[in-house]
Design a protein around this ligand. Sequence first.
Ligand code: MN
Length: 505
Amino acid sequence: MESTKEIINLAAPLSREGAELISRAFDFAKKTHEGQQRFSGEPYFIHPYETAKILASLRMSPTVISAGLLHDTLEDGNVKEEEIEEIFGEEILFLVKGVTKLGKVKYRGAERHNESLRKLFVAVSRDIRVIIVKLSDRLHNMRTLQYVPEHKQGRIAKETLEIYVPIAYRLGIRKLSRELEDVSFSYVYPKEYEETKSLLKQKSKEDARCLDKFQKSVRKVLAKNGITNFNLDYRIKTLYSLYNKLIRKDWNIEKIHDISALRIMLSSIDDCYKVLGIIHGTWRPLPGRIKDYISFPKPNGYQALHTTIFTGYGNVVEIQIKTRKMHQEAEYGVASHVSYKEKKEDKSSPNILWIKRLLPFNNGQEKSEIETEHEDIPKWIKELVEYQSTEKNQEELEEELKDDFFQQRIFVFTPKGDVIDLPVGSTPIDFAYAIHSEVGNQTNGAKINGKMASLDTHLNPGDIVEIIVNKNNRPNKKWLEYVKTATAKKHIKSALQEQIKGQNS
Ligand code: MN
């Protein structure tokens, strides 16, 4: 049975007010979704409840956890914005609205534009916490994807793999990206998934025995050298990252050395280098496999020392050496900064754009504080905000991002929120043919952003386009002058020929 207590147990220690807030959001969401069902037949409330649990396990604040509980109340619960604001305040309303808006960004199109869409996704969300709620929402939806009608599963899983996973990964939240990617993988590439899974099963069984013996030797050697304050465990590579590596290594699993890796967690960077020395002094390292991600962190902020050594048991093993703090940050990424920052948040300004505040490109007096506090924010986000200057507001930023990344192409939306990408200068007719050739042929009119528009109107980025069809309608020769896409031209020409044929016979 769902209970507030279960959420609170997962969360970082909470104040009484925090627990109370969660409890109120819990009751409100439960009541709002009463009688609604998921595809699985379960009560709908299970979904926001599980989303909140994921957020709690990411150590998010009561505000964010509550936003997770409430995230579908506007869209699916017919609750008025004013009501949420009145009961839960402006900040939670802002987050819930952000998640709702983000839910409308969907994508169907060419893979080369995924990077742009990821950036748009970040820009639209305006607040890093909105993304974290949305990622948690998506994780629960992926966990229950088997109940969703089959024809929808593929698109959702692909979108997760191509948009959500890279965002989670690049925000450094491995705790989310790992599961998201493995679940999507099973839907997007079922055959490869099974193949990878059986390869891994075989291999990790072999590895496990060696690793068990080996880790005992490591413990002994460390203790002998005076290192006593450490944690040791091992992790197995996720299926999707193994799959990607298998592709690069001609599906030869013997060429992959980091399927199982031993992790040594210490309390200081000094200790990390000391332990690396001890390891290399005891076992022979594999040349060319020593990586110092402490001095040179990965773009997403990941830090550790990696080395691969001959264990003496006939195999090689990767060893990852890092501080506990580095490990923490590799699991929670930006999320760990968010929860930290929120405690210090000025309650009088709930409208602060978090993505802005998290980043060094901020106005005057706060700059130095933010720089030192968040020097390990992923470079990717820093770059994103380089587009931003202090005097610009959020709308201008979004426009600018669109302008910059969408120069050759524009992204427009169907009324349902699907993204259609088209060349600049496209008209509603291009849009109609991009949806389906029949829709194109039967186009009788178009609404842009809710208003009737002529068929030669040039679409702008972000337009919501609705095509009005008439079954008896046929393409007009004039349309050829309006269209930009090859697809539209091709279909119009062939429809015109059909008409001529029809007249002649
Ligand atoms: Mn949801």
